[in-house]
Write a protein of this length. Structure first.
Lengths: 304, 356
């Protein structure tokens, strides 16, 4: 048996003339949240469909929870939860009936399924909607219910395609906490998303894909130092003093806004250097970070 | 395939169907339509054959053909979008990644559709029993016809299900389901007609002259014998005839043919019935026996006659076993194909279709 979690090497898949995935390598370890990041059309959804036992790859080796999704789909399905980016729910079922149906389809005994549905409805803050038809739910509530569907059989591997789309800020914070919690329980969590700020706080590792290829695989605290000039945002207690100091140091900068002052910096070392000089100039600095976060900076660099 | 998996899918489909509404109206309309038809046919039979016996034979026969026609219209819509509708709504992929097998999903969906069709059939039962109560229909015919109609509706449901799994759009598969029913009913008639026309052959038959002894045996007077033998010329007739015994099987898959031909024959007049009829007739009371106007029997005899070779007198052989076997195989093949299409992970996708 291969190591659990998700291991994919050299995955290829084309649809007719379109090569959706041309060579993706990816590892998602148990106990970690792995972010799958890349532009639209980079092949993220196709890769997740391969991992979710729905598509046969043209080439490459894949194991999910230690099993091959092509030859052992049932073993994989028993251990894997998948939530697609776009999905439908059975509008005329209640939330409880829906989760109980999924539990039955996962071959859980009836009492287990009922108990599991109760637990998950509580987890998704949908207890009050338990017996309401699904079509009365808001978009965010449906999204949460869809995520709970993937958790019904307590899978060891979780594959989530854009799980935060349509969620309000509070639900996103809760989703982050939930996914951290699931990883803490030893599950391998693979999340694809465009919400880089969320991913940065949530993930242990990040896999960058672009045009069907893996272009980088990094621990989130060891993102590649980017050397290209990139906007950083400085904030100080005294914005005018900051601008004056930058002018004295001859650093080109943007106009001050309530969010701060943007400067172009080529990587972390340049940032550290500027900060040291500003501190020496007695500017009361509050924060200095790449606009959009480190992950966004790395993303823009890698998927140029 | 596990039974509980099939039950899970079928129960889910039933729940969704019932909740989707409209069913009360649809079932109600069906019930009213079938019942009204039965009463009207009964009234018209009573008006035309006031004193006739066994009126049930005509009313039941007409009702069976009517219910079959109506059910063939309803059933395709029950499964017409079972699979591609789920795909369009985005609920199929999440079902495929459960531990349910493709066959369990396919069979579960078929069970739900077939079950719904049988619910329609059950609602026709009061009308059927009403017609049976009018007399002349043996229980065996009631049972056999009901079972055969139920099987055929299952076949149509399986075909519609298969089309919905093959085609990406539910509107396309819906139209094609109706075309399939059309092919089974009208199409078989058309193809048979063409086949019969093409089977037409030229034939000649020669008459031979009798021998003297033949004529003596037939009691001809001796004085005309010589004359008759001298005048006799051996003649040949020629003409054309359709060899329907070569093409009868083209009609066999037709549901109406199968049901009518499978219907057991009506029992012959019993000795007691004959005595009572004769005594009535002596007293000047004539009752027409509508067993001689059996619509199902007429269709059955008709197709069996088509199966007979010209000049053969081996009796009529049944057509329905071939048709029913063919249709059941068709339905089983359709179910198998549906399961194959539902299998994941898949290598190919229908054109223009997303997995999820």
């Amino acid at each position: 048996m291969a190591e659990p979690g998700v291991v994919a090497t050299g995955v290829r898949r084309s649809f007719g003339p379109v090569q959706a995935v041309r060579g993706i390598d990816l590892t998602a370890r148990p106990g970690e949240v792995t972010a799958l990041v890349g532009p639209n059309g980079a092949g993220k959804t196709t890769l997740l469909l391969v991992l979710a036992t729905l598509l046969v790859p043209d080439a490459g080796a894949v194991t999910v929870a230690g099993f091959d999704p092509v030859t052992q789909p049932d073993e994989v399905r028993a251990r894997m939860g998948w939530s697609p980016d776009v999905f439908g729910l059975y509008d005329n079922l209640t939330c409880r009936e829906y989760l109980e149906f999924v539990a039955a389809a996962m071959r859980l005994p009836r009492p287990t399924g009922e108990a599991r549905a109760r637990e998950l409805l509580a987890l998704a803050r949908l207890e009050d909607q338990s017996d309401q038809p699904v079509h009365t739910l808001s978009r965010g509530q449906k999204q949460r219910l869809g995520l709970m569907r993937a958790l019904v059989h307590d899978p060891a591997v979780l594959l989530l395609d854009e799980p935060a789309s349509g969620l309000d800020p509070r639900s996103r914070v809760e989703l982050r906490a939930l996914l951290r919690d699931l990883a803490g329980q030893g599950k391998a969590v693979l999340v694809s998303s465009h919400l880089l700020a969320d991913l940065e706080e949530l993930s242990d590792r990040v896999v960058f894909v672009d045009r069907g290829l893996t272009v980088g695989e990094h621990a989130i605290d060891a993102l590649p130092a980017n050397t290209a000039a990139h906007p950083w945002r400085l904030r100080a207690l005294d914005a005018d003093g900051l601008v004056a100091a930058l002018d004295r140091l001859a650093v080109p900068h943007g106009d001050p806004t309530p969010a701060g002052v943007d400067v172009e910096l080529a990587g972390d070392e340049a940032a550290a250097d500027l900060l040291a000089r500003l501190v020496r100039a007695k500017v009361p600095l509050v924060s200095c970070q790449p606009v959009g976060g480190h992950l966004e900076a790395a993303y823009l660099e890698l998927t140029r | 395939m596990r039974v509980d998996g099939v039950v899970t899918v079928a129960r889910q489909e039933f729940t969704l169907r019932i909740r989707a509404g409209r069913w009360r109206w649809l079932l109600g309309t069906w019930f009213v339509l079938v019942s009204a038809f039965t009463v009207l046919v009964h009234l018209s039979v009573r008006a035309s054959f006031h004193d006739a016996t066994n009126k049930g034979v005509v009313v039941y026969g007409a009702l069976v053909l009517f219910v079959l026609a109506l059910a063939l219209l309803v059933v395709p819509s029950l499964t017409g979008q079972s699979v591609n509708g789920d795909r369009e709504r985005g609920t199929l992929a999440t079902l495929q990644v459960t531990r349910l097998t493709a066959l369990e999903i396919a069979v579960g969906k078929l069970v739900a559709a077939w079950g719904t069709a049988l619910a329609f059939l059950a609602l026709a039962l009061p009308a059927v029993l009403y017609s049976v109560a009018l007399g002349g229909i043996p229980v065996s015919r009631l049972v056999v016809v009901t079972v055969v109609v139920a099987l055929l509706l299952g076949v149509v449901a399986a075909l519609a299900l298969c089309l919905s799994s093959l085609l990406a759009r539910s509107t396309t598969s819906g139209v094609l389901s109706y075309l399939t029913v059309f092919a089974m009913t009208v199409g078989t008639l058309v193809v048979f007609g063409i086949g019969a026309a093409m089977s037409t052959e030229h034939y000649t038959e020669q008459t031979s002259c009798p021998t003297r002894q033949d004529l003596v045996d037939q009691g001809f007077p001796p004085e005309v014998l010589d004359r008759a033998l001298a005048d006799c010329r051996s003649t040949t007739y020629d003409g054309t005839r359709a060899r329907t015994d070569h093409v009868w099987w083209l009609l066999a898959p037709n549901p109406f043919v199968i049901v009518a031909d499978a219907a057991p024959q009506l029992p012959k007049e019993t000795a007691a019935e004959r005595r009572s009829r004769l005594s009535d007739e002596r007293a000047g009371r004539y009752h027409e026996d509508l067993r001689h106007s059996d619509p199902l029997g007429a269709i059955g005899r008709g197709v069996r006659d088509l199966r007979k070779a010209p000049g053969s007198d081996t009796g009529r052989k049944p057509v329905w076993p071939f048709g029913l076997a063919f249709d059941l195989l068709l339905g089983a093949g359709a179910l198998w194909l549906t399961a194959r299409r539902l299998h994941a992970p898949s290598r190919t996708l229908p054109r223009g279709q997303r997995v999820a």
